[in-house]
Design a protein around this ligand. Structure first.
Ligand code: PHE
Length: 359
């Protein structure tokens, strides 16, 4: 009986040691199976061995004691597993706990780029007049950028456009050679090719010219083209439309002035000037000459004119039946005036300190 007690003590000590070591769920399961598996767990083996070893007349007492020890061992195991589970769920609750006093994570809001913003505003003005929006490719052919716009091959007017040509095109006929469009006017041709009059479209987009970047030049900039073709469209319609658009953009007190100019695809052609928004058209400000308009009181803003009848020949419109006007304006130039920006490069440098002001 003393030997039995000693063995029982050792057994309990062993199970407690192992119980303390259980760290994970899988370890717990292994531990439980090792001791309690019905077929050859330690308890089953102990039960058989100890009962077998007991002398015949002590079998009853030994059996009772063995049962007690078994219950104790089983309880130890069950307790150990339960504690393990409690600890695990407590720590996962800790992790899930929400501290509503913590400050939130601030996500900076994106803002429309000032050029896109200006472009959308201008497009909006013309949408309200019933114009729709057309777009065209930035990589154009000589035909759309020049020829169909009445720039004959080798005409000096081509030189005014500082064109960037795509290399190794010499084997193609001139009209098929590729270049980066120098203006949005090719979209006029593409639109008239696919639509019959009446046409009223604006065409916003990016254009390219071989200009060295400085405060007032950029090799990449944006334009908005306009085209209206219908029966009986006159220069008065052009004047009224652009005067309205400038007032919408710069305020109702702004005046417009049409100055004779030249473009191969319009006849007559004009440059549009608006009264200087900095000096109110007076030409002087703060007791000195206005620097923004060079004391003239006027700022040149865009080119326009009545569509040249030669252009209709390229798109199968009958110049005896229809007439129309076109205009093209630089978006950067408008944004510079509207927001008082002194360096065009700011639009392209991607400096958030500049850009976030437009949020
Ligand atoms: N495409 C011309 C330019 O970029 C502007 C223009 C457009 C002029 C439409 C007249 C009519 O200089």
């Amino acid at each position: 009986m003393a030997a039995l007690e000693k063995a029982a003590e050792n057994l309990l000590a062993a199970v407690r040691r192992e119980a303390a070591e259980v760290r994970s769920e899988s370890q717990g399961k292994e531990f439980r199976d090792r001791w309690m598996a019905r077929k050859n767990g330690i308890l089953t083996q102990v039960n058989d061995l100890w009962l077998k070893a007991a002398p015949k007349d002590a079998k009853r007492d030994v059996g009772q004691r063995v049962n007690e020890v078994k219950t104790q061992v089983e309880q130890t195991i069950v307790d150990a597993l339960e504690n393990k589970q409690k600890a695990a769920s407590a720590s996962s609750k800790d992790a899930e706990r929400l501290d509503i006093t913590l400050p939130g994570i601030r996500r900076p809001l994106g803002a429309e780029h000032p050029i896109i913003k200006t472009m959308n505003e201008m497009v909006g003005v013309f949408r309200n007049l019933g114009y729709s929006v057309e777009e065209g490719p930035e990589i154009e052919t000589d035909y759309y950028n020049f020829e169909a716009l009445n720039f004959p091959p080798n005409h000096p007017a081509r030189d005014t456009q500082d064109t960037l040509f795509i290399a190794n095109q010499e084997s193609k006929p001139l009209r098929d050679r590729l270049l980066l469009r120098t203006h949005t006017s090719p979209v006029q041709i593409r639109t008239m090719e696919k639509m019959k009059p009446p046409v009223r479209v604006v065409c916003p987009g990016k254009v390219h010219r071989n200009d060295a970047p400085d405060a007032t030049h950029s090799p990449i900039f944006h334009q908005i083209e306009g085209l209206a073709v219908d029966t009986n469209i006159t220069f008065s319609d052009l004047k009224g439309t652009l005067d309205h658009a400038m007032k919408e953009m710069f305020g109702s007190s702004v005046k417009t002035r049409f100055y004779p100019s030249f473009f191969p695809f319009t006849e007559p052609s004009a440059d549009v000037q608006i009264s200087c928004i900095f000096c109110g058209g007076r030409g002087y400000r703060d007791g000195g000459p206005c620097r923004n308009c060079k004391a003239s009181g006027w700022i040149e803003l865009l080119g326009c004119g009545m569509v040249d009848p030669n252009v209709y020949g390229f798109v199968d419109y009958d110049p005896k039946k229809v007439s129309g006007f076109a205009f093209g304006m630089g978006v950067e130039r408008i944004a510079i005036l509207k927001y008082g920006v002194d360096d065009i490069q700011l639009f392209f440098n991607g400096d958030v300190r500049f850009l976030e002001q437009f949020a």
